[in-house]
Design a protein around this ligand. Structure first.
Ligand code: AMP
Length: 397
């Protein structure tokens, strides 16, 4: 278990908050403030509790100090999000950070410059972690999306100061816990996307944890091929057939039911509105490619979900970026959203294209939880230990 900020006595304390404010920007202006807005809760609550709130974050991938990656551009949107002026120091360690922190009053918020201006950050260098810790009495990690990296500000600090999870980190860990840690059964997972080879660890972990593994997208083609079906010109990793078969065997042994599409939508080319037709999964013409699961397949998945209590989702069921090959993804996502609204299904989704696919289906706000954490979410689904989370747990012991 990890501590939450409710358990910290923050009044008058210097609290170092690791946030993920790595937002998209163009021409020196932030173009999407989602991550800033989502971080505001933790910052406001700590400030309201009388803490001196000192924000640590990274922005881009600078190799050492590089003004192109200065975080100054975050100050305006950040001040708006927290409803007060956020102070600034042009380094995260050393004299300027110390001076900015020394000048703070209770309830103030200060942003320190990019932690990645120091290569020691990503090396989790102990001396650098100590220099960061010198400006704080307590440490709050609110950056789940970087928790799969053992860096000084995401992992090292938790060993040096009493540590707690911020609200975003807490929400993410609670959602993931409900989805896979101690889920209400039966549990289904939808795993889609392009390739089996990028999701081997994910599939391997899920077969031992879920009751139904629903495979969609390009990776379903590889599974169909492994079962002896013809897949025509479809995206298919033929060299992964043995691996697909061994995943199916592992699933059988674990009592996990693998669901593959019974029908598919095929077209002659990967293009928007390419002429297409629905065929049975074992009747794909040699000169065509599968671009989506078919309507019967989508219905079968929806039926399955109707008997489930929990759904974990990663990856689209088809080539969702190009109409009309987004139909199966949309149909299943909308059905899952409806069951969620009825209180019958807990829905947790995330990773890469999944957020975009669910947003396109108009359901991203209707799922129980949609993680924007990308790599960290995937590693968690793969059953890996996230160093940032492990360090928080160790600190709570
Ligand atoms: P991933 O990043 O692994 O989740 O894969 C997402 C990508 O898979 C999207 O760009 C989809 O267009 C693509 N995809 C899904 N189904 C298919 C398919 N049947 N054929 C080709 N690409 C697909």
């Amino acid at each position: 278990m990890f501590r939450t900020i409710d358990k910290l006595d923050v009044k008058g304390k210097r609290v170092l908050v690791r946030a993920d404010l790595n937002v998209p920007a163009k021409d020196g202006k932030v173009t999407d403030t989602t991550r800033i807005d989502r971080s505001a809760d933790t910052l406001k609550q700590l400030a309201a509790g009388g803490a001196k709130v000192i924000i640590l974050t990274h922005f881009g991938r600078p190799k050492g100090r590089d003004e192109k990656y200065s975080q100054k551009l975050l100050l305006d949107p950040l001040s708006k999000a927290v409803g007060k002026n956020v102070g600034w120091a042009d380094d995260c360690v050393g004299a300027s950070a110390a001076a900015a922190v020394a000048a703070m009053k209770d309830g103030d918020i200060v942003l320190l410059e990019n932690v990645r201006f120091h290569p020691e950050e990503e090396k989790n260098d102990p001396a650098f972690a100590k220099a960061l810790a010198a400006n704080g009495d307590l440490y709050v990690n609110d950056a789940f999306s970087t928790a799969h990296r053992a860096h000084a500000s995401t992992e090292g600090l938790a060993h040096l100061l009493p540590a707690a999870a911020g609200r975003l980190m807490q929400a993410e860990l609670e959602a993931l816990g409900k989805a896979l840690g101690h889920p209400e059964k039966p549990v289904a997972a939808v795993v889609g996307g392009a390739k089996v080879s990028t999701k081997l660890d994910l599939l391997g972990n899920l077969v031992s944890r879920v009751d139904y593994l629903i495979i969609g997208g390009g990776m379903a083609n590889t599974f169909m091929f492994a079962q002896g079906m013809k897949v025509g010109k479809s995206l298919c990793e033929k060299e992964m057939a043995d691996t697909a078969r061994s995943i199916m065997e592992k699933a059988k042994a674990a009592n996990c039911h693998i669901v593959l599409p019974v029908d598919v939508v095929v077209a002659s080319e990967f293009a928007e509105n390419a002429p297409n037709k629905v065929v049975a999964a074992d009747a794909v013409p040699d000169d065509m490619m599968i671009l989506d699961a078919g309507p019967a397949a989508a219905e079968a998945v929806i039926d399955r979900l109707n008997g489930c209590k929990t759904l974990v989702w990663n990856g689209p069921m088809g080539a969702f970026e190009i109409a009309p090959f987004d139909k199966a993804t949309n149909a299943v996502a909308q059905a899952a959203a409806q069951r969620t609204a009825q209180g019958k299904l807990l829905t947790v989704a995330g990773g890469g294209d999944t957020v975009a696919a669910l947003a396109k289906a108009g359901v991203d706000a209707k799922f129980s939880y949609v993680s924007t954490a990308g790599g960290a979410f995937l590693e968690w689904l793969e059953g890996k230990t996230l160093p940032g989370v492990a360090a928080l747990e160790a600190s709570a012991k």
